[in-house]
Design a protein around this ligand. Sequence first.
Ligand code: SF4
Length: 345
Amino acid sequence: MKKIGIIDSCVETPEELILSGGFIPYRLFGDSSLSPLKADEHLPPTHCVWARNILEQGLQGLPDDIMGIVSTHGCDCMNRQFDIWLDSVDMEFMYFLNSPLKRNAAAKKFFIQDMKELIRQIEEHYNVKITDEKIRENIQLMNKIRALLKEISEFRTKMKIKYSELHELIKKVQTIDKQEALNILEEKLKDVKSRPSIKENELKNILLTGSGLDDTDFIMNLENAGFHIVIDDLCIGTHYFWEQADEGADPLESIANYHFKKPIYSAKVPSHQRYNFIEQLIDTYEVKGVINLAEKFCESILYDHPFMNKKLKEKGVPYLFLEKEYNTEAYKQLSTRFDAFYEII
Ligand code: SF4
């Protein structure tokens, strides 16, 4: 089956619409082994390292089975970068989906209008028909996937799965046929239920938040430093499966409502609500410390950091903020910061 690539700095792309057009939604992830030489020709040195990495992949050429791109409104950096994609990346179909900045009635109307335009353009370009019935079926499919991921994620509290394994799984779900994903998740749930708990007494329970953080090697580094990421506030994590869409409502209304009620990302407004979700998770999952990790030059997370620092200090929860480069070699430099944080929680 052909794929449509997704560029998304949050997780706001309605995969249901792409599925209903007969395509596999294929989310683009960073590649920490890549040197962004071509992207450097287009971007200033202070541009986010993750966004730069994704652009490099586009400029070098995406796999042949990716037939088009949907880039969804997220942070300013990714939003503006879409102009470079239009100008310099060889792809015949590209659409910028205006997932709104705010979450109110006017924003919902606007989002629904723009989803209608995306449907119209996919139908026209690929000569397919996207019906309400197909969208409804795919809402049900996505709900099943979300429910399974949430159930698997809960086994982190019983030490039966580490976040790195869940992280790989969520990424896989976002790049393969969703029916196949459903089968993999059903098998994984059986497997996780039946396995023994991980016996690592020295692990300390933390909550991980920050930028998109799609590099599983980096997550493994954190775990090797002695942390168990018992819960997260991340797009490749709770933001992808925390809520369900209403299966009975008008399909586009249901998709819009779903995206408006799920945990908010820092690039959206009001971003301070992100802390409310984090506080709820800290209390529910008995979190001992919070690590907030920004990809280098991620303005959304940089702006949030002082507020997060103040609120967590008031709550008495140890907090570590770090910026990271997007390459494996640079990860090693963070190990002393992790060790120091491990000692204080
Ligand atoms: S890491 Fe931050 S700046 Fe970079 S794309 Fe994601 S939200 Fe935008």
